[in-house]
Design a protein around this ligand. Structure first.
Ligand SMILES: [Fe+2]
Length: 131
């Protein structure tokens, strides 16, 4: 039996299209809001079809030395060409990209998790310094 952590795959986002790309400053000001862009496919595009797409990205932050992890937000991508005319005939496709904003008083690790409807769970992280 596997635990959740063992089910989440990780890789270099430049070589693996399922890995979330986190774009934000490496150093932020204490208690000052900053933006984080989380997306997939910056280097290698991930399909966005009714049959194969990214369902969500979730962001977490674990302050250095803290026992607990904080959930920054969940971002659902829910339109992938579905329609009454059939799969991939719809007019609307949500792109798997989001910009979130948060602040922290402590440095720590920002973790992005993504879910592909057929290739499962993936993660990446970026360490954030606070000045
Ligand atoms: Fe996939």
């Amino acid at each position: 039996m596997s635990q959740l952590g063992e089910m989440i795959q990780s890789a270099n986002w430049k070589e693996e299209k399922h890995v979330p790309v986190i774009e934000c400053p490496e150093k932020v000001n204490k208690d000052e809001m900053f933006q984080v862009k989380a997306s997939l496919g910056k280097e290698i595009a991930h399909p966005n079809t009714t049959e194969h797409h990214i369902r969500w990205i979730r962001l977490y932050f674990k302050p250095e030395g803290d026992k607990f992890t904080y959930h920054i937000g969940s971002f659902e991508f829910t339109a992938h060409g579905e329609s009454v005319d059939g799969a991939n005939k719809g007019p609307v496709y949500t792109n798997h990209s989001v910009i979130a904003e948060f602040k922290t008083s402590r440095p720590g690790r920002l973790v992005a998790a993504s879910y592909c409807n057929i290739h499962g769970l993936w993660e990446s992280y970026k360490d954030i310094q606070v000045q």
